[in-house]
Design a protein around this ligand. Structure first.
Ligand SMILES: [Zn+2]
Length: 193
């Protein structure tokens, strides 16, 4: 009955991945057993970029097909890593092709608090964005963080994240959702028995 209101509420995307490439993959979520795509339109993509603090002014507009194709590939790659399987040459070659579109635009800036490395870049094409995501994914694979790439322990959840916690015991995409649900059902089972 509140659907009219709900439609107007700004879509909330999950940024639980600790890696931009992982966050991009997490734009597909599981809703009641079905994979649901949160990026259905150009405006969804622009909203996601905005929430990810990526400044984009895409001359040709969003090339949604290309972006989603990259996302599929990136999911395939990171799924294999999580499952401890090695990558096929095809996946590596394809990621390397995307990496060619990555250019660094970091600038060292000085402020009263010290030095900061900022990315003042306005991304102007879908290829550049894919290059950025590819770089994030490749950097993850080439670092020891690869060992802490995980899938949420909730079997109904498809979100991934890099477990940056000190103890590396993070199990859930988020304590507010999957973690809390697990806590509640554990409590329920206890009460029942
Ligand atoms: Zn989850």
């Amino acid at each position: 009955m509140y659907s009219g209101y709900m439609n107007k509420v700004k879509q909330k995307y999950e940024f639980v991945g600790n890696n931009l490439g992982v966050d991009f993959i997490n734009t597909e979520v599981n809703v009641k057993g079905e994979l649901m795509d949160l990026l259905m339109s150009d405006s969804d993509v622009m909203e996601w970029l905005d929430q990810a603090n990526i400044d984009a002014d895409l001359g040709k507009g969003v090339e949604l097909g290309k972006l989603l194709e990259f996302r599929k590939k990136a999911r395939h790659i990171l799924t294999r890593i999580i499952d401890n399987e090695s990558l096929d040459d095809e996946a590596i070659t394809s990621l390397n092709d995307d990496l060619k579109n990555y250019k660094t635009h970091y600038q060292l800036e000085m402020s009263s608090e010290g030095y900061q490395l900022n990315n003042p870049k306005t991304y102007s094409s879908t290829e550049e964005l894919i290059g950025l995501f590819a770089f994030e994914v490749a950097t993850l694979l080439a670092s020891e963080q690869r060992m802490y790439l995980k899938r949420c322990l909730n079997p109904d959840c498809v979100l991934m994240f890099v477990d940056n916690s000190r103890s590396h015991k993070r199990r859930w995409c988020s304590m507010d959702t999957c973690g809390n649900r697990a806590k509640v059902s554990k409590h329920y089972r206890k009460v029942k028995s």
